[in-house]
Ligand binder design. Structure first.
Ligand SMILES: [Zn+2]
Ligand SMILES: [Zn+2]
Length: 457
């Protein structure tokens, strides 16, 4: 038996800059190196100072969303000794995300006078990525001095996403990363280990909301198709804010299915732009190589559907009626295509803003959801508010597991300890209460950021 400890480098218990340190014997492994999506400057970075003067053997990046990968260049700058491991699709997406992040930070530097932005530059990403190591799902590999046995499992969350199982002397630790157990339109649900583990480190994103009991993904899709059809018939357009990776591609395939089933008007071009277009091209690159539905179908070849904006960078999308705009980011954060486009869009009562993913209450998308028709909403702190006059609706096509499915999964693994991460306070508390009741023999812990938590001795 060897000593195992856990430390969260996140700054608060929330969905922020995810990064965790696991020590197994004398091997030190960092799980994810995210950047906080809502905070600027040093507070957006995990507390890597905790690792100062320490050797890190390896860092594992579970998937390409920025809250898991966005500070990887800063980690690598401080720890050139660490092996960096991820799947090949994740590496392709992380590369594109990080380069885009440099551009976003440059824009913010000018606007908000953030002197230390960008936190890293393009050439640094290029230098670091030469040392990234690709590992396949399902094939064990070994880490550090103790030769910790590691294995990736498909997490069903976005292209390339994994959970990781780490084993030493018969002790098993599993980190879910972000997970979806149910099938999405493109991605198949997670294939996670089903046997006992000693420690389960689990995401809790959806802990604060139950799903409607009558929910089905198909009825949700039909409801979305109806809203699009009605809006276009009235002479308006539809804006669907989407995460550049994951939700954009899921939505394109969903629209493709709607077309095939005759649920959409014939002539309703779909426009994607900027980062979403790039991420869609990368998804196509792996169309034959990953476990998914519509195997081999290339989204950018669905010519009847996609009118891709070919311009590079954050080019402005201009409004036209009768169109479907699928623009990133999903939460309409400042300096992104969906935020910028909303200034031409929200005050027109013919239009419809249809949200298909999680919207943090503090984000511009969250502010719009809380607003009433006729209210002035602030989209960008440095610009004047805009009056909300268009239709607004929210749909549930989450890339995250429901809380019920996560509890069910934890019960199957009967872990000695469950560590709850990647959730806001009410979500963490819901899981702590329900897991404590469902698994009385397990210790359910909300790790305090910074504290070194002994798990096994
Ligand atoms: Zn994610
Ligand atoms: Zn996440």
């Amino acid at each position: 038996m060897s000593r195992i400890t856990f430390q969260s480098l996140s700054r608060r218990n929330e969905i922020g800059c995810n990064s965790y340190v696991l020590e197994m014997g004398s091997t030190r492994i960092v799980l994810d190196a995210g950047m906080h999506p809502k905070v600027e400057g040093q507070l957006a970075i995990p507390n890597f100072n905790e690792l100062r003067d320490l050797i890190v053997d390896a860092a594992i990046i579970t998937h390409a969303h920025l809250d898991h990968s966005g500070c990887l260049p800063l980690f690598q700058r401080a720890h050139p000794e660490a092996e960096i491991l991820m799947t090949e699709p994740t590496a392709a997406l992380v590369d594109a995300m990080l380069h885009n992040s440099v551009n976003v930070m440059q824009a913010k530097r000018e606007q908000h006078n953030l002197k230390d932005y960008p936190l890293f530059v393009h050439s640094e990403i290029e230098r670091h990525e030469r040392s990234w190591l690709y590992r396949r799902i399902g094939i064990p590999f070994y880490l550090g001095k103790d030769q910790i046995k590691a294995r990736f499992y498909d997490a069903g969350h976005i292209l390339g996403s994994v959970g990781v199982l780490l084993e030493k002397d018969g002790q098993r630790v599993f980190y879910t990363g972000d997970v979806q157990f149910e099938d999405q339109t493109m991605l198949q649900g997670a294939e996670f280990p089903q046997e006992h583990v000693d420690v389960l480190i689990m995401e809790t994103t959806r802990g604060n909301a139950a799903r409607r009991p009558d929910y089905t993904r198909d009825s949700e899709m039909v409801r979305l198709a109806e809203a699009i059809t009605e809006t276009i018939a009235k002479g308006g357009s539809v804006l669907i804010p989407v995460f550049a990776i994951g939700k954009t591609q899921e939505l394109l395939l969903m629209l493709h299915e709607m077309h095939r089933r005759g649920l959409l008007p014939k002539h309703a071009p779909i426009q994607i732009g900027g980062l979403s277009a790039k991420m869609t091209a990368l998804t196509d690159k792996f169309a034959d190589a990953v476990r998914r539905h519509h195997h081999g179908v290339k989204l950018s070849e669905l010519e009847d559907l996609v009118a891709t904006q070919k311009k590079k960078g954050p080019a402005r999308t201009t409004y036209a009626p009768g169109r479907i705009y699928a623009l990133s980011s999903g939460m309409m954060t400042e300096k992104t295509a969906s935020n910028d486009f909303a200034f031409q869009f929200l005050d027109n009562p013919k239009n419809a803003l249809l949200m298909v993913g999680y919207a943090d209450p503090d984000s511009p998308a969250g502010a719009i959801l809380k607003a009433q028709p006729g209210d002035a909403v602030t989209l960008d702190q440095s610009l004047a508010p805009i009056t909300l006059r268009c239709r607004v609706e929210h749909y549930d096509f989450s890339g995250h597991a429901t809380r019920e499915k996560l509890v069910e999964y934890a019960k199957k693994l009967t872990p000695k300890k469950i560590l709850l991460v990647h959730g806001d306070r009410p979500a963490l508390t819901w899981f702590q209460d329900h897991l404590t009741e469902a698994l009385p023999a397990s210790e359910v812990i909300i790790p305090v950021p910074g504290d070194i938590l002994p798990l096994m001795s």
